[in-house]
Ligand binder design. Structure first.
Ligand code: NDP
Length: 271
């Protein structure tokens, strides 16, 4: 039996154990999947111990993704670009790491027939999640990406980091709106989770075809409600991304890519 876990702090509400157990059932693979709380100060020693004492792979969530990147002996190109990883495993005595968040988002957009090629996108937020999805988004050749963040310096730093990808990138203050019509608005802020108000210029929704909120909840998220109230009809939340990024981790560990549709419907009912 293969043994996996998700590590983070807090961790008890994580959906990962359910998602991975369902993948395993679907593929007829025998696994165990735990949720283990680790404080950042204990991260290095505890994580090494877990990987040395029987765990075949670990998912890493907040606030440990950067620490995991630093712990790993070898990191995928995506992980190196983002400086944070969500998947660890051992191979030939080395700790290997990858980041599957960006791939998870692209897969979910694809499942929803959304194309980013030549699109004009807005990304709200410039934290870890924005950084983890930007390289993947840019790889699909949107025409333009505008990043709006409460702290302008952070969005400017993201623009600077990825300015040579052949895509027009700009950072503007949170309360402004980019010129011209938009394709989609992607929310990567943590406002839904912290319960804070998201102060933004709602005119961006009037210009866009769809919205995507990386956060998710049983009901429509506050961000998607704002988008709907402003006239957007096509709104997605981040549950599909969560399930798809998990599927990519599962494939890294087992060599088998689980189908996600049934698991996504099932996980919705667990919220
Ligand atoms: P960070 O703490 O790194 O970044 C938070 C970002 O949100 C910052 O840009 C911050 O702005 C902004 N922000 C926070 N509160 C507000 C507010 N009230 N108004 C405007 N902006 C605000 O968090 P992460 O980037 O790591 O995670 C963000 C969210 O993404 C989480 O809620 C998480 O659930 C979700 N996520 C979902 C995934 C999925 O699979 N669906 C995967 C990964 C993340 P500032 O810089 O000014 O502080």
């Amino acid at each position: 039996m293969k043994k996996f876990a998700v590590i983070g702090q807090p961790i008890k509400h994580s959906l990962s154990p359910r998602i991975h157990s369902e993948f395993a059932k679907e593929l007829g693979i025998d696994i165990s999947y735990d949720a283990i709380e680790i404080a950042p100060k204990d991260f290095n020693s505890t994580t090494k111990q877990l990987l040395e004492n029987g765990y075949d792979g670990l998912n890493v969530t907040l606030p440990l993704k950067e620490l995991a990147y630093r712990l790993a002996d070898e990191v995928s190109e995506t992980g190196r670009e983002t400086g944070a990883v969500n998947t660890l495993w051992k191979e030939k005595g080395k700790i290997l790491a990858d980041s599957t968040d960006g791939k998870g988002l692209l897969e979910d957009l694809l499942n929803n027939q959304i194309s980013l090629k030549d699109s004009n996108l807005v990304i709200l937020g410039a934290g870890g999640a924005a950084l983890s999805i930007l390289p993947s988004i840019l790889s699909l050749h949107p025409q333009k990406v505008t990043i709006l963040n409460r702290t302008l310096e952070k969005s400017c730093a993201l623009v600077d980091k990825f300015k040579d990808r052949g895509v027009q990138l700009q950072a503007i203050p949170m309360k402004e709106a980019p010129e011209g019509s938009l394709t989609g608005v992607i929310n990567t802020t943590s406002a839904e989770v912290t319960g804070e108000d998201l102060i933004l210029n709602v005119s961006i929704f009037k210009k866009a075809d769809w919205s995507y909120d990386l956060s998710y909840s049983k009901e429509t998220t506050s961000f998607n409600q704002l988008a709907k109230d402003s006239g957007i009809e096509v709104c997605f939340d981040g549950l599909g991304m969560l399930v798809s990024q998990a599927a990519f981790s599962f494939k890294i560990w087992t060599g088998k890519q689980p189908p996600t549709n049934r698991v996504l419907s099932l996980i919705k009912s667990f919220l």
